[in-house]
Design a protein around this ligand. Structure first.
Ligand SMILES: C[S@@+](CC[C@H](N)C(=O)[O-])C[C@H]1O[C@@H](n2cnc3c(N)ncnc32)[C@H](O)[C@@H]1O
Length: 247
């Protein structure tokens, strides 16, 4: 009789202790698993996205080659939110690149991709956030940021930081998916409807940001933008902008 009564007690106590441990570490467990999942999923789609955007990126990154010729020196590039590092193959030879990325689970994917590229680029990895770039003022010739401003917490601060670490005359090169221009269209409404789910599935990525306006307001001296529709993306993240701004 005593054993029958004490058994549920110990069992219940054990379950409660396990639950308490999970509860105590809940943020670390959930946060880490989520970040791991996102690094895995973005690496899975990176190759397709890279292939789909190949022509656009080849055209966009020509600005790096032109800038290198103009400066007559090898470039120092900061890539913000580098993820699985899909842009390196577009950079000029002998470039020195610093890849800044907050999610450490991307490191192994990025390293694999760099090995595959096997070109003459030197790459350093730094963990950090675009809102607080851990670099001195005027450190880089170029800052590249692709498909990142949709996910950052404070876009204005990120742009200030990008401008701060660029040398005078340096270029900020961007490619982002953005909100549809017509805020009365069904397409824009769909972006708004899909936004909460998209945010959860893709690490805070927002579907309908007005990124162009923020870049224009960031105080760069020169600004060139190309608006295009990237058909392989689902319709709620199809409108994109790419271009560069000069400090
Ligand atoms: C959709 S992925 C794009 C990765 C890569 N730039 C590309 O073009 O494939 C977005 C990346 O931005 C990073 N990210 C999110 N918030 C960030 C922040 N505040 N500062 C820097 N990177 C951030 C994410 O960790 C992720 O690697």
């Amino acid at each position: 009789m005593e054993t029958e009564e004490s058994f549920p007690f110990y069992k219940t106590a054990f379950v409660l202790v396990v639950l308490a441990i999970i509860w105590f570490f809940r943020e670390t467990i959930i946060y880490n698993s989520y970040k791991k999942y996102f690094a895995w999923i973005s690496n899975k789609i990176t190759e397709n996205v890279k292939e789909g955007l190949k022509d656009e990126k080849t055209r966009l990154f020509q600005v790096l080659h032109d800038y290198k010729d103009q400066q007559e020196k090898n470039l120092t590039i900061l890539e913000v939110g580098s993820g699985a590092a899909p842009n390196l193959s577009f950079y000029p030879a002998n470039t020195k690149v610093v890849c800044l990325e907050p999610n450490q689970h991307n490191d192994s994917y990025a390293n694999e991709n760099i090995k595959k590229e096997g070109n003459s680029i030197s790459v350093d990895f730094v963990h950090g956030y675009a809102e607080a770039l851990p670099f001195e003022n005027e450190t880089f010739d170029i800052v590249v940021c692709t498909l990142v401003l949709c996910s950052v917490e404070d876009m204005k601060k990120c742009l200030q930081e990008i401008k701060r670490v660029l040398r005078q005359g340096g270029k900020y090169v961007f490619l982002e998916h953005v909100g549809y221009e017509n805020k009365k269209s069904w397409a824009w409404t769909l972006q708004c409807v899909m936004n909460p789910l998209h945010r959860v599935l893709f690490d805070g990525c927002e579907t309908h940001r007005d990124t162009e306006t923020y870049i224009m307001a960031a105080g760069f001296s020169d600004f060139s933008v190309n608006r295009f529709t990237h058909k392989p993306f689902p319709s709620w993240i199809r409108p994109c902008i790419s271009g560069f701004a000069t400090k």
